[in-house]
Design a protein around this ligand. Sequence first.
Ligand SMILES: Cc1cc2nc3c(=O)[nH]c(=O)nc-3n(C[C@H](O)[C@H](O)[C@H](O)COP(=O)(O)OP(=O)(O)OC[C@H]3O[C@@H](n4cnc5c(N)ncnc54)[C@H](O)[C@@H]3O)c2cc1C
Length: 579
Amino acid sequence: MTYLSDAVRLYIDQLVDWDSYYRWQRGGDVDVDAERAALLEVLETAASVCSEIEELAREGWHEAARLEDGEVVYPEHIRQGYEKLKEVGLISYGVESRYGGFELPGVVENVIIQMVARADAGLMTIIGLQAGVAEDIQLYASDELKEAWLPRFASGEVMGAMDLTEPQAGSDLGAITTRATTRDGKTFLSGNKIFITNGGCEVHLVLARDDSTFEESKGTTRGLSLYLCPRTRADGSKNAVYVERLEHKLGIHGSPTAAIRFDDAEAFLVGTAGEGFKAMLTLMNTARLGVAAQGIGIAEAALAAAVRYASERVQFGQPIGQQPLMKNMLARMTLDVEASRALLYRACRLVDRNRAIEQALMRSAENDEFSEAERVEMEEHRQANDTRVRLLTPLAKYMATETADEITRMAIQVHGGIGFMAESEVGKLHSDAIITTIYEGTSEIQVSFALKEIGKGALAAVFEALEAELASFEDERLREYADKVKHGMKLILDASSALLSDFSYALMSARSLAEVVISVICGAELLKQAEADPRRFDLAASWINRRMNDLEGRTARIKEGTLARIERADKIIDLVRPA
Ligand SMILES: Cc1cc2nc3c(=O)[nH]c(=O)nc-3n(C[C@H](O)[C@H](O)[C@H](O)COP(=O)(O)OP(=O)(O)OC[C@H]3O[C@@H](n4cnc5c(N)ncnc54)[C@H](O)[C@@H]3O)c2cc1C
């Protein structure tokens, strides 16, 4: 499995509708074939740089970032990896071209993140945040801030961090107490943040509570604003942003995770005062797709190592990969990686379409490029996609990161005892994978978000698109499997209506509901892949056979369930609760 896999090429060559994308994004005549070729060239460059980075990263895996005189010192493999990406311009690749960026579509950005994560999961956190922070500045900051910072992000000169978490505010960001005070027309931040990835960098995007509404908004996400807080002031003096310590972690050692103190640090408002949570959600959603890509990259590395080892290690006179149990395990690992990819790229495609439509609508407001009827149709399409993205984003993050955790663990199993040795590559990958299920919102938070979107009616928009796709197959074999997916969708709709009558019970079943919805979305997407490339038919068929059996059981249990299940859970936990 190379860095630029057949699956990625399939999306770039056939499965993304670049004609509509570029027509909306740029208008006029665009040479779509040339654009597509350019995207592939960027990905080939990224693949080649990442395979060089991998070697450095595996050797330097135990080396952690350290703090010297209040400044973060990166380990050599991170420093070199960053420089290599910077040399080929692959830092903050989504920044608009007028600020010196490549303005790459999200699907391509996430393939790059995936490659960097496969090579070095620690380096990926730095690159991923870099891109996310730059994007938020691009979307919400004033022209002055954009001009001051975006060219420096695009060139890789400055790095970014996202500062949300505080000791009492983890999953619950309404508990944030970092305070923003305005004096003489300037804003200053005071408070403590923890677990800040890349906390020693120059640009911090900080979520803080406004002094003027502090008491009345406490405990909620209202009253939070987003600030850009640089570590160096415009006059070159140091701003009051201090790196208090770096954490020692189970994995991603090269990625510095810092406790940060803001001690009346000068900061600049990004977006509208009091609407910081909304602006930060944009960054968090981009970052969630990025962490999903990180999970897929790590899982790909573990899968490649497992397949390689299974073909080399001989026991009972033959390679272990010839044992039926091993074949089943490797096939299951491949299915889960490919399904995670299918879900992520589906979400990215929708995000890209919506951004392109927004650009088209903005242009059209000035030059009447589209008729009134076309604009109405585009706006409706954008709104339906938005609903889909709000459901697909948490599902993609949940699926890809849980898969990374499980696949890396299975890869250790494939290696037997040698997989448990301190220097084992798959052991390192497993240690790196665990965090993906925790940061940018834990898996529990992702499935709860998905449930909330389902409660607001998102399944209708998602299933409407799936129905149309499933009805479009001409090949007999694809139609047979499409019918199975359609049956699964019907069972989910039956079960979910029973669920939504009680929110506590629904929350208890949120993981099961997420799993079954993922089963049908990935089933449809894998069938689309098989339509474009018949070699992928067995992948789609196997996924659908396995997951539809599971779906029947899960939906039946969801449907039968009552609130008594929560009481029963309490009684079970009581058996082990300390007196
Ligand atoms: C290496 C690393 C890097 C990080 N980088 C950053 C960063 O750059 N910027 C930043 O701001 N933060 C960062 N974080 C913080 C990270 O986002 C939080 O750790 C995460 O959001 C979880 O918060 P918490 O640790 O306080 O756990 P808690 O919120 O205390 O959660 C503990 C457990 O309870 C569960 N739980 C909590 N609420 C619910 C609920 N409503 N329903 C069901 N289960 C629930 C969680 O799923 C979890 O299993 C990082 C963390 C780490 C470890």
